[in-house]
Design a protein around this ligand. Structure first.
Ligand SMILES: [Zn+2]
Length: 282
């Protein structure tokens, strides 16, 4: 089975039952970015994402838009609405600006993981999105996750993508911080880095952890909820399954069957189970 840890839904989605019943996916983590009001994409509304997660509970896992322009109590409201986690995207200031810390503090307290987009980002002019958001990637560098992870050790951070072109910063996140993960979706140019780095050992306080214990499969650059998006999702599942098996399996430790299963499934599953357990223990 596969878990898609960073995905999107299109407006007026159809055929979701086909995805749920396809037999290859156990979960799809849906990111709401409707708060950015992007005119470049036809993303689902917050209500549509919540509806999909209600229609298919434990399959579509909803992440609400972490709107850093609002007040920190918006986090409680998102939790009450039914969001499992949060998605940060296009902040006006760098993610690690101190004024954003009250948001992270609440997310940690409520046990809500945050997926932060990192690195290269779709070109959007100011007219193509809401106000007080960033057009470029420099407020979303992987290194910004480091101080948040250190300040809030109980918070789970997922760097969306591998943070190109700041791949060294991503490596430091994975190496040093036990609560930072990254997903492999997005810019395919970073695949050379991935091949070279998946076997690197971490020094994050956990016994025998390697980078491939902290990388999650994800689709991102497509939308569930229409036929074309579903076809692309299957294509990506095929691609990464074959890549991990036929490149990894032949030449690297991370390509061993039980290792590549971590990337496709176990790492995300562990995060999900840990968060639920952590919440029930409070
Ligand atoms: Zn995304």
């Amino acid at each position: 089975m596969i878990i898609d840890a960073h995905a999107h839904l299109c407006r007026a989605p159809v055929g979701l039952d086909k995805i749920v019943e396809c037999g290859r996916l156990e979960q799809v983590w849906l990111m709401d970015v409707s708060g950015c009001e992007l005119s470049t994409n036809d993303f689902a509304s917050e209500a549509e994402i919540l509806q999909a997660s209600k229609d298919f509970p434990n399959f579509f896992i909803p992440f609400g838009y972490l709107d850093l322009r609002k007040q920190p109590d918006c986090i409680e409201q998102l939790k009450e609405k039914g969001f499992f986690g949060l998605k940060a995207y296009r902040p006006e200031k760098p993610y690690d600006a101190l004024e954003y810390f009250p948001f992270y503090e609440r997310a940690e307290k409520l046990g809500m993981p945050i997926l932060f987009h990192t690195g290269i980002v779709e070109k959007c002019s100011r007219r193509q999105m809401g106000s007080h958001l960033s057009c470029g990637p420099t407020n979303m560098r992987p290194a910004h996750l480091a101080s948040i992870a250190a300040a809030f050790p109980g918070l789970t951070l997922i760097g969306g993508h591998l943070g190109y072109p700041w791949l060294d910063e991503t490596a430091e996140n994975l190496y040093y911080y036990p609560n930072i993960y990254h997903d492999l979706s997005g810019y395919r140019k970073d695949i050379e880095w991935l091949i070279r780095n998946l076997d690197h050992k971490c020094h994050d306080g956990n016994e025998k952890r390697y980078f491939n214990d902290k990388i999650l499969f994800a689709t991102d650059a497509l939308c569930y909820g229409n036929e074309q998006g579903h076809a692309e999702a299957f294509k990506l599942m095929d691609f990464w399954t074959l890549f991990l098996e036929m490149i990894g399996g032949n030449y690297y430790r991370w390509g061993e069957p039980e290792e590549r299963k971590k990337i496709l499934y176990c790492n995300a599953k562990r995060i999900y189970d840990f968060i639920l357990k952590n919440r029930s223990g409070k």
